[in-house]
Design a protein around this ligand. Structure first.
Ligand code: BGC
Length: 760
């Protein structure tokens, strides 16, 4: 089909009709309209109280609500604001404090605001509870690999219970920055490269933190971050430039934010990068035009740490006063750490460069959340019911979650699972390491020591003879232990090499130019391979690693991410088959850094790679395609996924616009000998469109558990949202075009089973 299609314009320019499209979906979904109410996008029950309070506040008190200061005894970048926070709280010149927790500490601070300030407006306490408070869950990228939003939701529920009981009201999570950049350390914090998967996780995590009622003593306000396109930082270098088209903004980066909003997310955080020449903190198009106007977001936007003031360093704001004005106009409601709005707000108001209406709008947004959290009635944490650490139940949840995140990348000759008898060597820098918790396990959780892989293996196989040699350090050049590790491998039935990256190598500002195994770990693995004895590699990492130097010689590889507090036990569960791995890659694993960006949902070139044609799109010195594709992951059993069956093969565009959907039924059978999990994945391709479309787009996934021989049918629904796309129009135009759509089903982004749906 090469004729240009006739287009059905779902949404006309101007934003209103976009809302029309969204409204079609919303009108039919009571859950979504409940969520909108929860998010404050509809007039809430506290409007009268908010207005009354605003009427009594001075300008200084209003500006004070816009300020968030950091609670830290430490000095350093942005540190040391504790004394200032106490003073501001007493004077009613503070809205929020970050990095504070503990019932007693938060209560003492809260008393200063509630009892000593003129109006007694409570403070809101925020913390980076990203993948656990006391009970560290696997890193978010690992959670994404579970392809099971329930894992993310559970993490958020456990986190919320632990954090709220310790005086925290607000988690700076979920992070939902879609990225194509494995060098970027913050890939660990998000859901990987796919907007559909990341959107599902963003919604699940929001639900898990917030529940039905933010007043509950086991819930937190969530924060969708970072708006916007932070994952696109050039070269993967943190805080760097992003130049992005409107279509990519809306099709790739924004869907998770929209999903979080539909789930009722209370707040949004801006990002550190520039977006097409404008620092995100000054990017009115995203913060106001799209978020607050087009999407009618009623919550508030917090800046990132010093993000407002840093607009002067970007070379966008002339000085700090200018930064305050630009950020406020763009849509920032609360300023984290830097204090420009408080210092210059009055002068800006007097000179008319910011308006009282905008000030009242920002303050009202913040007050609304304080009411929704119930802080005016219950400002204090209950010091008698504090959760002081992980519990048996929270540990069990973390262990189960970690088991679900593991991805079996390779398993030749059924090397895994291991038997529980005989002899096992557990080697490598992370074999007996407690560095399992990942980049955002805060120092607050340091008191809780993870069980190491070695300890867990000993526990799981008490009858086996287990030896341990470290071999090499996690980084560094000392190779003296390699020979001993190889002898241990020679002397045992099987060797488990636990290799990877320290947690400090991923996360904020932890960018790598080389994403191979650090230090001399590759030499350790090849030395074990040289022995000819069977072995497996367990990889701990906050990002995809390249493995060209050792993968071919390694019979089995288990990608375990940074699996959290119970990660050691979860790894042993999978090694011995108590848990059959069912995770899938939420991100493409490149062969080499030179291929980056490499991602499954890329656009076609006019000359897709053809090994027999020199003038096609490829690398002279690299094989085509990634090391492992998005969606890949093996199991100890096997599955057959059948042809997708369409409920109808033709559907009218008008019907889709009105909310109709097409059912796609995909049969799946466990063809092996043990119970296991498969993730049935649905992809679509729109082969001819007025904007070149990705060669594949994930449009549905379901993780199912099947006994040996068992079969089931997984049903998906494709509607306008899945089948259409956003155009380059800055006003927001969503198109559903007539023509053919290829529908693929399978167990990775290479899914082959195909049917064609025709939109008429
Ligand atoms: C990060 C945010 C985080 C904030 C508060 C910033 O450096 O970018 O994601 O929430 O610090 O700790």
């Amino acid at each position: 089909m090469n004729d240009v299609r006739r287009r059905t314009v779902l949404a006309a320019a101007g934003g209103t009709a976009v809302a029309g499209k969204a409204a079609t979906a919303r009108a039919q979904s009571p859950a979504a309209s409940d969520a909108a109410r929860r998010a404050g996008t509809e007039p809430g029950p506290h409007e009268a109280e908010v207005r009354a309070l605003l009427g009594r506040m001075t300008i200084d008190e209003k500006l004070g609500q816009l300020q968030q200061l950091a609670w830290t005894g430490a000095t350093g970048p942005g540190g040391g604001q504790t004394a200032a926070a106490e003073k501001a709280a007493r004077r009613g010149r503070l809205g929020s404090v970050l990095n504070v927790y503990g019932a007693r500490t938060t209560n003492a601070l809260q008393r200063m605001a509630v009892r000593e300030s003129r109006l007694g407006i409570p403070l809101i306490f925020g913390l980076d509870v990203i993948h656990g408070m006391w009970t560290t869950f696997p890193i978010p990228l690992g959670q994404a690999a579970a392809f099971d939003p329930a894992v993310a939701e559970r993490d958020a529920e456990v986190s919320a219970r632990e954090a709220r009981s310790n005086g925290v009201h607000w988690a700076f999570s979920p992070m939902m920055d879609v990225t194509h950049e494995p060098r970027w350390g913050r890939i660990a914090e998000g859901g990987g490269e796919d907007p559909y998967l990341t959107a599902a996780l963003a919604a699940a995590k929001t639900r898990g933190y917030q529940g039905e009622d933010l007043r509950s003593r086991d819930r937190l306000a969530a924060c969708a971050k970072h708006l916007v396109a932070y994952g696109g930082v050039e070269g993967g270098r943190d805080y760097n430039t992003v130049d992005v088209s409107e279509a990519r903004l809306r099709n790739l980066y924004l869907p998770p934010f929209r999903a979080a909003l539909d789930a009722g997310v209370a707040t949004v955080m801006a990002s550190f990068n520039t977006v097409s020449g404008v620092p995100a903190h000054g990017y009115r198009h995203a913060l106001t035009e799209i978020l607050k106007e087009e999407w009618a977001f009623g919550g508030f936007v917090v800046s990132d740490y010093n993000g407002v003031q840093e607009m002067t360093v970007h070379g966008y704001a002339a000085d700090r006063s200018d930064a305050a004005r630009l950020a406020f106009d763009a849509g920032i409601d609360m300023e984290m750490a830097s204090t420009t709005l408080n210092e210059y707000g009055k002068r800006l108001l007097r000179s008319g460069r910011i308006t009282t209406d905008r000030l009242d709008d920002a303050v009202a947004r913040i007050l609304r959340l304080k009411f929704r959290l119930g802080l005016f009635d219950h400002p204090y944490a209950d010091e008698d019911t504090v959760i002081a650490g992980p519990t048996k139940a929270s540990r069990a949840a973390a262990r189960e979650a970690a088991g679900r995140t593991m991805v079996l990348l390779k398993n030749e000759k059924s090397t895994l699972p291991l038997g529980r008898s005989g002899s096992i060597a557990v080697v490598g820098p992370f074999a007996d390491s407690t560095d399992l918790r990942g980049s955002w396990a805060g120092t607050w959780a340091d008191a809780f020591r993870p069980v190491t892989v070695l300890e867990a293996v000993k526990d799981a196989a008490p009858k086996a003879r287990i030896s341990h040699v470290r071999g090499v350090d996690a980084s560094g050049r000392n190779t003296r232990g390699i020979a001993r590790a190889a002898s241990a491998a020679r002397a045992t039935d099987v060797t488990v090499v636990v290799a990877g990256e320290a947690a400090t190598l991923s996360g904020e500002a932890s960018v790598r130019g080389d994403i191979t195994l650090p230090g001399e770990q590759e030499r350790l693995i090849t030395a074990i391979a040289d022995t000819g004895a069977p072995f497996v590699v367990v990889l701990l990492s906050g990002r995809p690693l390249t493995m060209e130097g050792w993968l071919d010689r390694t019979p089995a590889v288990l990608q375990a991410w940074h699996p959290g507090l119970e990660g050691g036990n979860a790894i042993a569960d999978v090694l011995f088959g108590a848990v059959n791995p069912g995770g899938k890659l939420p991100v493409t694993f490149p062969r080499a850094v030179g291929q980056i960006p490499v991602y499954y949902n890329h656009e076609n070139t006019g000359r897709p790679y053809d090994p027999h044609n020199h003038y096609t799109s490829g690398y002279l010195d690299l094989a085509d395609g990634p090391q492992f594709p998005f969606g890949h992951g093996l199991s100890y059993t096997t599955f057959d996924i059948g042809e997708p069956r369409l409920g109808v093969s033709r559907v009218r565009a008008e019907a889709l616009c009105k909310g109709d959907t097409v059912e796609v039924a995909v049969p799946v059978r466990n063809t092996g000998r043990r119970k296991g999990d498969e993730v049935v994945q649905l992809y679509i391709r729109d082969p001819v469109a007025s904007i070149v479309q990705p060669v594949r787009r994930l449009s549905g996934f379901r993780r199912v558990t099947l006994r040996a021989g068992e079969a089931t049918t997984v049903r998906f629904r494709l509607g306008a949202e899945e089948l259409g796309f956003w155009t380059q129009d800055r006003q927001g135009r969503f198109l559903l075009e007539k023509g053919e759509i290829q529908v693929f089903a399978g167990n990775s982004s290479l899914a082959k089973r195909e049917r064609v749906l025709t939109i008429t």
